[in-house]
Design a protein around this ligand. Structure first.
Ligand code: TXA
Ligand code: MG
Length: 344
């Protein structure tokens, strides 16, 4: 059932459901989450089973403010505090040492915890209402089946989990891709997942260079796990290929006027003679592209496209989050079925 998240009644209903240990579709500025009380192990277990997600993959815990973050965290490093002050509420998740005894199930058994204070007004109103009921944090992964495209509207969440799930409608997400995740447990900030906040912004806020996970050469078994960092993730049903504008134009020309079953998302204008091709224009800037990305992939699937061709985004730090999601969507393609685009 979808409720308008902007009404106080809906916020109260949702907070009570969470307190009873039920799940909720939660709007945030990045993507919609599938939320439960982070401190109730049985409620958290429902998230893992609804998503089909392995139960040792840790979840992000959403909090109303820094004071509630301190409840779940132990020994916050100075740079983590600086990043919270600079970007919260906002699309930044910090992995920090976990206070012993808190949110064990949500943390997937790790001794660290991922914390985020979201900037969406409905999410913040809900987190405050939850706190009034004694619920101090909401565990919430993205509200999609494991490995699939993240949801950016209430209708997407309903399409993933059906009408039995209570969902707060907070409109279309303004950021559109998941939060930037920074690991703060290794003495220096380490980027685990690029997202709404860029590397340049992080450095400006804490004065430290952001390392990439792979630069640390850590054996994977001791590096924190992040399912959003799996190579194949965020995949629509149709296979995705990334191509330069030139390669796109050549491929379209080869297919000829009778081609069908193909969707194209490009920034550069293309000459397309085939009336059956679905061609969409990608915005010129990274922020607007991120906002549309997952909804675009979903709409290509919904329209029955068998193959998706996307113009490779610019190699620029502002596009890092978009590039990351698109590369993972293509990585999933390698294991997909052969394509069935008709040429004439
Ligand atoms: O924007 C977002 O971050 C959205 C919204 C709903 O807040 N949430 C989201 O959650 O993307 P999810 O579960 O799809 O991705 C969270 C990522 C996962 O890759 C998870 O493994 C990682 O965060 N993570 C959470 N806690 C962690 C921890 N203690 N150590 C390492 N990685 C962690
Ligand atoms: Mg996810």
């Amino acid at each position: 059932m979808i409720l308008d998240g902007n009404t106080p009644d809906a916020i109260a209903t949702a907070a009570q459901a969470l307190q009873r240990g039920e799940l909720l579709g939660l709007p945030t500025e990045t993507v919609y989450g599938l939320a439960a009380d982070a401190t109730q192990a049985a409620a958290v277990a429902k998230i893992f089973s609804a998503k089909g997600r392995p139960s040792d993959h840790p979840l992000i815990v959403h909090v109303a403010d820094m004071a509630d973050a301190e409840h779940f965290a132990d020994r916050l490093p100075t740079f983590a505090r600086q990043l919270m002050q600079a970007f919260w509420p906002g699309p930044l998740t910090l992995i920090v040492p976990r206070a012993p005894g808190t949110a064990q199930a949500a943390a997937g058994g790790q001794d660290s915890i991922g914390l985020r204070c979201p900037a969406h007004p409905v999410a913040l109103a809900l987190l405050q209402a939850c706190r009034d009921l004694g619920v101090r944090g909401l565990a919430a992964p993205s509200a999609n089946q494991f490995g699939r495209v993240s949801p950016t509207t209430a209708a997407h969440v309903q399409a993933e989990f059906g009408d039995g799930l209570l969902i707060l409608d907070g409109g279309a997400c303004s950021v559109g891709i998941e939060s930037t995740i920074i690991d703060c447990t290794r003495g220096v900030p380490v980027l685990l997942r690029p997202g709404g906040i860029t590397r340049t912004q992080i450095k400006a806020a804490c004065g430290l260079d952001l390392l990439l996970n792979k630069e640390l050469l850590m054996p994977t078994q001791i590096a924190p796990r992040a399912s959003g960092t799996l190579e194949a993730h965020y995949a629509p049903k149709a296979p995705v290929r990334l191509m330069s504008a030139k390669a796109l134009q050549t491929a379209i020309d080869i297919l000829g006027p009778g081609a069908s079953g193909l969707a194209i998302w490009s920034r550069s204008p293309l000459q397309v003679r085939a009336a059956q091709l679905l061609v969409r224009r990608m915005p010129d800037d990274a922020v607007a592209t991120a906002q549309q990305l997952f909804a675009m992939l979903r709409s290509f699937d919904d329209q029955g496209c068998k193959l998706i061709w996307i113009e490779t985004p610019p190699d620029d730090v502002a596009w890092e989050g978009v590039r990351d999601r698109l590369q993972r969507a293509t990585a999933a393609t390698v294991v997909s079925a052969p394509t069935t685009v008709k040429t004439a």
